[in-house]
Design a protein around this ligand. Sequence first.
Ligand code: ADP
Ligand code: MG
Length: 228
Amino acid sequence: MSLIMVRNVHKHYTLDKADAPALIDVSLEVSPGERVCLMGPSGSGKSTLLNLIGCIDSPTSGAVVIDGEDTKGMGDARLSEFRNRRMGFIFQSFNLIPVLSVFENVEYPLLLQKMPAQKRRARVQELLARVGLSDMSRRSPENLSGGQRQRVAIARALVGKPLLVIADEPTASLDHATGSGVMELMMEMNRSEGSTLVFSTHDASVSRYAGRIVTMIDGRITEDRRAA
Ligand code: ADP
Ligand code: MG
C-alpha cells in the first residue's frame, strides 16, 4: 500500500485572482521507505505540495491519502496527533519556539510522545551531537545563526523517529559540509527506521540522496523518474 497518495490535486490560493494556480492536477504515490526528491524552479509548487502531504494545508480539490487514510475525513485533533506522532517536518522557516532552549525545542516531540525522561534526555543529546550542537543545548534559538537554527529544526524533526520525514529545502541555509551531514542523518533514518523521505531542493548534489526524482514546473509534475 502507498504511504502517500495524492490524487488529481488542484490548489488555488485565493489572495489574488490574477495568480496562477499553485498546483494543477497533481498525482503522486509514494511507497513506505522511499526517498523522493522534488525539484523545480522557484514558484513551481514544491512547498505547496509538501504542505499538503504534511497535512498543514488542504487541497482545493482532489484527495490526499496518508497511510490509507483520507486526510479530508480526519478532524483537527486527529490530524495534529498524526502530525505529532508520525511525521517530522523541516520547514524553510524554522518554526522554533523562542521561549524554549535548543534542548527543549528538540525534546518537544518526545514530550508529546510521552517518552520517559531519562530516555528522552539521551535521545535529545544523541541528536544534538549528530547535528554538532551539543555545546549549545542551553541557548535560546534567538542566539543562533541561521544554519544553527536549521540544525536544531532538523534534530527536532528526526528525534521522534518519524514514519515520514518532510523536508522543504533542508540544506538551503547550510554550508556544504553541514548540508551533507544533514542529508546523511536523514539517510540513516531511512535505513535504520525505514522512514520515508520526501524533500525538495534546488541543489543537484542533494538530489543524489533520493531514489526517485520528481520534477515540477508551473504547478505540474513534468517528470517522475528513478535516480541514477
Ligand atoms: P516553490 O516551493 O516551488 O518555490 P510554492 O509552492 O511556494 O513554490 O509556490 C507555488 C505558487 O503558489 C507560486 O506562484 C506562489 O507565488 C504561490 N503561493 C505559494 N504560497 C502562497 C500563499 N500563501 N498565498 C498565495 N500564493 C501562494
Ligand atoms: Mg518552496
